[in-house]
Design a protein around this ligand. Structure first.
Ligand SMILES: Nc1ncnc2c1ncn2[C@@H]1O[C@H](COP(=O)(O)OP(=O)(O)OP(=O)(O)O)[C@@H](O)[C@H]1O
Ligand SMILES: [Mg+2]
Length: 367
């Protein structure tokens, strides 16, 4: 098995289907051996980009490079790509061995080499002993592992996976997620993985590209994206977010001074990169960074308390009328109707541009 992978590049890729701008434009560099996830809502262009990487669709503009090759005009079978789809798409009339061997037979790999490679792929996916089984005699998770073995056995330069775990139940999905991570750690191979499950994206990826309306809204490591989203949309998409309207009164390289709408007092926050200029903005505070029972801080009324096992979530109403959530372990017991003071860790709060709700405005832009 190859241990390193090749770089992959999308340069200014555009694609439209009639009036729909599916990609407008997308530029993305993937490092050798990187596990990159495309994460985004339904219709954001993830499958379209994957199909362009595979060669099943031609872009209207732009270039695709795999390794040193410009493959924009190269047909799928000459791209050395492995693909795994949401529906396993195994051949029902072939047994496990023959399903995995399929790509090697198509490449006319000699028999001894073929057997060795299929057996190695089956062992890697812990399917030894299943070679002679018919595919209908396998569980969903086993079938998906056969699909993975079939994609990996050809030692592709690029592995593409489009929601490969979508058909599995939650427990099995977690298990196969860890298997895929283990395989990637053992034999890193450039991989583009598509999901709309944010937790799956954060758990599995070296980097995540968040897609919105045919563009990459933000790209970064899971930690970068979760802790330093550059828009309210990305913050809200990645996890529960309190987005509190504020006015930035003053800002320098180190600090920003803000007023919270409807609250007395000023708050000083450490400056963050990409912070908006003085004026209206949104203060992002994740529920886990918002504490109740503070000695100082704005007063809020407890609306509801939700017991989540190890954590307690508390919905609080600010004087402005906005509700925010706090989520913590071992919080002092609070009851609905009670008043408490809230506080947040300034180092974990971020100032983001106010944005017009929804994507309706960017739909009209030229791509
Ligand atoms: N063959 C097609 N003909 C017309 N429109 C298409 C075609 N394929 C995709 N689209 C449109 O392009 C946009 C992007 O579709 P795409 O399948 O890439 O989304 P996606 O991010 O994979 O969504 P999902 O999470 O639902 O799979 C959507 O608006 C979709 O309706
Ligand atoms: Mg899709």
């Amino acid at each position: 098995m190859t241990v390193a992978g090749v770089p992959v590049a999308f340069e200014g890729i555009k694609k439209r289907f009639g009036a729909v701008r599916a990609l407008r434009p997308v530029t993305l560099d993937i490092r050798p051996g990187e596990f990159l996830t495309l994460l985004g809502p339904s219709g954001s262009g993830k499958t379209t980009l994957l199909n362009i990487a595979a060669g099943f669709l031609d872009p209207d503009a732009g270039r695709v490079r795999i390794g040193a090759r410009d493959v924009t005009a190269v047909p799928p079978r000459a791209r050395n790509i492995g693909m795994v789809f949401q529906s396993y798409a195994l051949f029902p009339h072939l047994n496990v061995f023959e399903n995995v061997a399929y790509g090697l037979r198509a490449r006319q790999v000699p028999r001894a080499n073929l057997v060795r490679r299929v057996e190695a792929a089956l062992a890697m996916l812990r399917l030894d002993g299943f070679a002679a089984r018919a595919v209908h005699q396998l569980s969903g998770g086993q079938q998906q592992r056969v699909a993975l073995a079939r994609a990996m056995v050809i030692e592709p330069d690029l592995l593409l996976m489009d929601e490969p775990l979508g058909a599995l139940d939650r427990q099995l999905r977690k298990h196969v997620q860890l298997e895929i991570r283990r395989l990637h750690a053992e034999a890193p191979r450039t991989t583009i993985y598509v999901t709309h499950d944010r937790e799956e994206a954060l758990v599995m990826s070296d980097r995540v590209a968040i897609m919105r309306d045919g563009r990459i809204a933000q790209i970064g490591t899971p930690v970068d994206l979760y802790e330093a989203p550059d828009s309210a949309w990305v913050a809200a998409f990645l996890g529960e977010s309190n987005l509190i309207p504020v006015q930035i009164r003053a800002a320098d390289a180190a600090h920003a001074t803000v007023d919270l709408d409807g609250l007395p007092g000023r708050f000083v926050l450490p400056a963050c990169p990409g912070q908006p200029p003085p004026g209206p903005a949104l203060l992002l505070v994740r529920p886990e960074a918002l504490a109740t029972g503070a000695v100082e801080g704005p007063q809020a009324v407890v609306i509801e308390v939700v017991y989540l096992g190890e954590l307690t979530a508390t919905r609080l109403r600010l004087p402005s009328g906005q509700d925010v959530w706090s989520r913590a372990m071992n919080t002092p017991p609070l009851a609905a109707g009670q008043t408490t003071r809230i506080a947040w860790d300034p180092a974990k709060a971020r100032l983001l541009p106010s944005e017009v709700a929804g994507g309706a405005t960017d739909r009209k832009e030229e791509g």
